[in-house]
Write a protein that binds this ligand. Structure first.
Ligand SMILES: [Zn+2]
Length: 202
């Protein structure tokens, strides 16, 4: 990273709690979402997240006030079929795509009032079509904010990674936007003359 990049990213530390080991990736993902600067988000390592690698959620105690806070849980270990590697050994671009997707969920949450959040929680628990839609919304936020290339790399990484549990790959294929869908969205953005469909910091 260049000097100017580090200065540029400094602004994105506001209202965030960021673990040192993933600081570069998290700040880069945050830099695509300037509107999240005033939003409080804690990035927290967890030993285990059931069926997921990362997870974005509101802090329940802040749901009833005006300043909602969020937490993005990050699994400390990236589990493969027979082994697990520390999450920081996953390539940077893949992590940026992953974090960018979670931030897309927070963009979605930010548009919802308390009632909308409660409905979201119930829908996510009980309806797979609701989950599918929520995941598409998160991916779409990420693509529209210029993270298209990262999201794509993350998808391919998951779908092509032979050592990932088959069940997890099936879940991703079933519920999330496919790489083809993402390419189509990026192309559509470009056709509108919006170059942010492709990574604009490159
Ligand atoms: Zn998601």
């Amino acid at each position: 990273m260049e000097e100017t990049d580090i200065e540029h990213y400094e602004a994105f530390k506001a209202n965030k709690v960021i673990p040192q080991v993933l600081e570069a990736e998290i700040l880069r993902a945050l830099s695509f979402y300037p509107s999240l600067v005033p939003v409080k988000i804690r990035f927290v390592f967890k030993q285990r997240i059931k069926g997921s690698v990362m997870q974005a959620q509101p802090l329940i105690t802040t749901m009833f006030g005006t300043a909602r806070e969020y937490r993005i849980n990050i699994s400390a270990l990236f589990r493969l079929t027979h082994t697990a590697i520390p999450i920081r050994q996953v390539p940077s671009d893949i992590l940026i795509g992953w974090i960018g997707h979670e931030l897309g969920h927070i963009m979605d949450y930010e548009q919802r009032n308390l009632w909308g959040m409660l409905r979201f929680g119930a829908g996510y628990l009980f309806s797979s079509s609701f989950v599918k839609n929520a995941e598409r919304v998160a991916d779409t936020f990420a693509v529209n904010h210029g993270l298209g290339n990262y999201i794509l790399k993350t998808k391919y990484f998951i779908l092509d990674h032979a050592a990932l549990p088959e069940k997890y790959k099936q879940k991703i294929a079933r519920l999330y936007l496919s790489p083809d869908d993402i390419v189509a969205q990026v192309r559509a953005l470009e056709a509108q003359g919006n170059p942010s469909g492709l990574a604009r910091h490159e």
